[in-house]
Write a protein that binds this ligand. Sequence first.
Ligand SMILES: Cc1ncc(C[n+]2csc(CCOP(=O)(O)OP(=O)(O)O)c2C)c(N)n1
Ligand SMILES: [Mg+2]
Length: 665
Amino acid sequence: MSNRATLANAIRALTMDAVQIPNSGHPGAPMGMADIAEVLYNDFMNHNPTNPKWADRDRFIMSNGHGSMLPYSVLHLTGYDLSTDDLKAFRKLHSKTPGHPEYGYAPGIETTTGPLGQGITNAVGFALAEKVMAAQFNKDGHEIVDHNTYVFLGDGCLMEGISQEAISLAGSFGLSKLICFYDDNNISIDGNVDGWFADDTPKRFEACGWDVQSIDGHDADAIKAATEKAIASDKPSLICCKTVIGKGAPTKEGGHHVHGEALGEEEIAEARKHLPWPYAPFEIPDEVYAGWDAKEAGAAKEAAWNEKFAAYKAAYPAEAAEFERRMAGDLPADFEAQANKFIAEVNTKEESPATRVASKGALNGFAPLLPEFLGGSADLSPSNNTFNDKSVRINDDHGSASMNFAGNYISYGVREFGMSAIMNGVTLHGGLMPYGATFLMFSEYARNALRMAALMKIRTIFVYTHDSIGLGEDGPTHQCVEQIPTLRMIPNMAVWRPCDTVETAVAWKDAIKNDARPSVLIFSRQNLPFQKRDADQIANIEKGGYILKDTDGTPDVIVIATGSEVHLAMEAAEASDKKVRVVSMPSVEVFEQQDDAYKESVLPAAVTARVAVEAAIMDGWWKYVGTNGKVIGMTTFGESAPAPELFKYFGITTEAVSKAIDEVA
Ligand SMILES: Cc1ncc(C[n+]2csc(CCOP(=O)(O)OP(=O)(O)O)c2C)c(N)n1
Ligand SMILES: [Mg+2]
């Protein structure tokens, strides 16, 4: 059997050789953290390489995602379906080994990392999901949910502001099964970090309620002892590991160039002597593979869990079936029928509240169907209307620090980015469907987490209220103008801006149903009038855009509107002596996904006289109205005044739509 140093050197060798092929990548972090990875995987990780999705596996997250060759090496060595050829294809088009770890490529990669700070925040979501699933499903003598979340992170993750949001929440929640290893190498890209990162990191974490240990990150015994202590702790744990970046590269270790530059053939040759690693590139001796191989042990661990689960299933068959359904991400079998029934009920009520209120109504309709909902808000629950009749607080709002993890609602505090990246972690963990809210304006604070959800093709639901100048007196700091159009630009993201109660319920249904993309649901602060529709029109809302009001024969003009401007279009159409069709387009992206025949039926190419109206920056609408069309929208920031005055001041009125109709027709 190989000794620990040799096993760790296998990571170093695979890293330096893989990075050398494209002459691009980051050898420093994997070589520096190799000893930690060796101890963690060989002594602690509960995982099964032949079933990377085993429900109760420990999760591993490389938050310093530039060090991607570390997880790739470990996954290869422990026996995942990641071959030597896959490692040689590092950073090549469509390889399983992209520059940063991407969810859905190599098996065993739990989340996409690279944007620093988000991996640790995802990990808080994983650890939170573990606690919630355990509280919801475990029974006396049946601990079917019981796993740790392990994180590697670097100086960069800790410099990012989002890490403070994550650390603070993990401490408040007491996420005792979250164990982080900090690659304390004193180096980031610009050099030695003392000039820009002089924090007392242990004190910072201690202040947030974490257990902190400081060790030599190259001392296997110390790593092992610290990990044992961290596992036993009832707090989240940080293990500060003093390391040498690029350890093993004889002339380059410890310097900042090794962070993100290939070592070069000469240095690699010297490293082979220095480590020592007397083997050819990608040659791993059998005894080294044997030292790493986790297939047999992993299968045994999973088999033991399967037995546990079988006993649970015998005692609690309904709960076991729910657990399996939820971990698979499937909706209840009758969801579609129940959802449509609910939407029909909403339609018969013909109510005209603000869509943020309609959203609460939709949650009250859907939440009884979906015990997997994990709701929340970044300290705007009363404004966002996200706390619904089925909501049960996890964190108390009356001064108790104790947690009720069997609940389903979280006050995230004022942490929009943290909330969003935590929700992504919760989604990725499985078993829960997170939605979280803030004002639409503060989607800006969260934006990269939205992009990551879209990139990972995961179902995270981002709820945003107070969508435009329609919020009124809070003024231009809170009034969205560019947010709606720019959110629409994120690939694989559905953005919904419904105009009334029925569209709101359909938007929620669509977000719930689509498990391969995130959704943004945008709601108004102000009341919006109910629109009458027939059954076909209601069915067509799910197509993103549909004819809300039509005329006999070919229309003279088509007016396209969303959200709070739909009723302006309807009023102008009523008042016009022209044949005006009104198209409500609550989701441009979903409409774009329809077939050409449907799109042509809604927006016939022959009808070129077109107007679009939306209280936002107008740029996106020209593709539908053409250069001869008219767009009514915003060109500047808002102003501080009551909403009706603002709509008048900015010229977003029924009269303006009427005038535009006359100008284009
Ligand atoms: C949000 C974000 N900003 C910037 C970068 C670019 N970047 C990648 S690694 C890095 C420095 C990270 O330093 P550290 O975490 O200490 O990594 P080490 O050099 O020790 O491997 C930077 C700035 C990034 N990936 N994400
Ligand atoms: Mg560093």
